[in-house]
Design a protein around this ligand. Structure first.
Ligand code: PAF
Length: 289
């Protein structure tokens, strides 16, 4: 496994792979890799001959009171997981390499970044769009895998690729869940045993909405209540439970009928952790079958 920290060396490896007629795949991550990331790597490997995994805890996407400094950093274990999942290269730069002295350019996403996490994490998607643009610029033409667990991030990045003409094919990868339905996340390791149990209210609520939608329910407030009610009984707080058109992310409220392809998304805090999850109704399976 090649492990690089220098951006120019990373760019050279990607160029060299393309010169050797290899299709290049990219899996951007912040490390603390789990089975969800391994799935991203395996999916990218199906579409590409040379898969680069980037591991970089990106400071610009964290707010001042968020978990940047305590975000888990587990490089050796991550490199091992990348090897097992079939990656060809790991790019793990220092912050000073991605944001060298004098760096000042930021990529500002539009309306897609407005609702959901955009409301509760100001600047978050600007940080994501900026670092992903840097990674795309270094990698060049590639297929890049992103998880549907971060559905809004996926939509922001799809728009970024379209709007800025990046030579990138975005590969959306379905959310990977534990056997009881909890979406895999690097932040699940912050959960106590009790929090972990309580957090199951999220997949239960999303599954209730999934069933109602499949039975023909289209009122926004009814679908969101099915998710909100079980979570509000056990979470410390809820940032949002909202439903939106799955393409535009325009939120539907009250009794407004939702689109036939709608994303219902939640962010809730369980003492140690802020968890997010979603289901694209009309497309994804229920989290709990
Ligand atoms: O999803 C993530 O892990 C991050 O937001 C990403 C896309 C690697 C950008 O830092």
């Amino acid at each position: 496994m090649i492990v690089l920290s220098d951006p120019s060396a990373f760019r050279n490896e990607c160029e060299q792979a393309r010169r050797s007629q290899k299709r290049v795949g990219l899996v951007p991550t912040m490390g603390a890799l789990h089975e969800g990331h391994a799935t991203l790597i395996r999916r990218a490997r199906e579409a590409a001959d040379f898969v680069a995994v980037t591991i970089f805890v990106n400071p610009t996407q964290f707010g001042p009171n968020e978990d940047f400094s305590r975000y888990p950093r587990t490089l050796d274990a991550d490199v091992e997981k990348c090897t097992q999942a079939g990656a060809s290269l790991v790019f793990a730069p220092e912050t000073s390499a991605m944001y060298p002295p004098g760096d000042e350019t930021r990529v500002v996403p539009g309306a897609t970044a407005g609702p959901f996490c955009g409301e509760f994490r100001p600047g978050h998607f600007q940080g994501v769009a900026t670092v992903v643009s840097k990674l795309f610029a270094l990698t060049g033409a590639c297929t890049a895998a992103f998880g549907k667990k971060d559905y809004q991030q996926l939509r922001v990045i799809q728009r970024l690729v379209t709007d800025l003409f990046f030579p990138v094919v975005v590969l959306p990868v379905p959310t990977v869940r534990e056997s009881d339905g909890l979406a895999m996340s690097s932040r699940n390791r912050y959960l106590s045993e009790t929090d972990r149990r309580n957090a199951l209210a999220i997949p239960r609520g999303l599954s209730a909405a999934h069933r109602a939608f499949a039975a023909g329910e289209r009122r926004a407030s009814v679908l969101t209540s099915l998710v909100r009610n079980p979570i509000s009984a056990v979470a410390n707080s809820i940032d949002y439970v909202d439903i939106a058109d799955a393409d535009t992310l325009a939120i539907a409220r009250d009794d407004a009928p939702v689109s036939d392809r709608s994303v219902i998304a939640v962010a809730a805090r369980f003492s140690g952790a802020r968890l997010i999850d979603n289901v694209v109704l009309g497309e994804d399976p229920a989290p709990i079958g």
